[in-house]
Design a protein around this ligand. Structure first.
Ligand SMILES: [Zn+2]
Length: 242
């Protein structure tokens, strides 16, 4: 006699803390930076700008070469078609590379959240992202916005988060990189370079980093600071601007 049992497999229980939030910064220096709302040290950078730039440059150069070849093919016909196809293949290769990187990056974000038992991931809404108060795109973001598919990356993070029971929220992107994540002070010029942030609030101790012997401050990692602001933000918005 056989007994047949139908077993319902429960959704993976990850024992996530609904109060712990991972903030994801889409950075200029590194493609991604993750930080936690309740941890003053922890964080993770994902991907490298150099690797990204190198790959991109190489592909651009190949494309230019092919284009030049195409211009010099005057007789048309078979040779031209072949070159057009090669060009198309190169474009596909480039797209696939960005796609693959987005898969790797989104996976890393989910792993970071699970490792820290974070129940929520917060990201910046892309409408208005990288723009200053005059609604112009900041210089540093121009390049990255042109070459990276952040929308795809966010979509991947979203569906992978859903599968593991992590909630995804979008927040207002304004001032996340110009505000001190320790004291909340916002002032122009605190992000003294693309990678370093120094809080200008005289009473703030943690937002300046280590003090040097000459009294100046080393500053804190600007991308980490932005990621932490994103994790701490209460300005939750719709993904698509209304
Ligand atoms: Zn501060």
């Amino acid at each position: 006699m056989f007994l047949l049992l139908v077993v319902k497999i429960p959704k993976v229980q990850n024992n996530l803390n609904p109060e712990r939030v991972v903030g994801v910064d889409l950075g200029i220096n590194v493609p991604l930076y993750a930080a936690l709302n309740d941890n003053e040290y922890g964080g993770m950078s994902i991907g490298s700008r150099e690797q990204f730039l190198n790959m991109r440059m190489r592909m651009q150069a190949q494309k230019r070469e092919l284009q030049r070849n195409l211009l010099h093919t005057t007789n048309g016909g078979h040779g031209r078609n072949q070159k057009l196809q090669a060009f198309k293949r190169l474009q596909d290769k480039e797209k696939n590379w960005v796609h693959l990187q987005n898969h790797i990056f989104s996976k890393s974000i989910i792993e970071f959240a699970l490792k820290n038992k974070a129940g929520v991931i917060q990201m910046e809404r892309l409408t208005g992202f990288g723009r200053n108060k005059n609604d112009e795109v900041d210089e540093g973001y121009k390049f990255i916005l042109r070459y990276w598919s952040y929308f795809e990356l966010q979509t991947m993070i979203e569906y992978k988060a859903n599968a593991t029971g992590i909630e995804v929220r979008y927040i207002d992107p304004y001032h996340t990189s110009q505000t001190c994540s320790f004291c909340g002070h916002r002032e122009k010029g605190q992000r003294i370079s693309q990678s370093i942030f120094i809080c200008k609030n005289p009473d703030c101790t943690k937002g300046k980093g280590k003090q040097e012997k000459d009294g100046t401050y080393k500053g804190i990692n600007a991308d980490w600071n932005a990621a932490r602001n994103i994790a701490l933000s209460k300005k939750v918005v719709d993904r698509k601007k209304k």
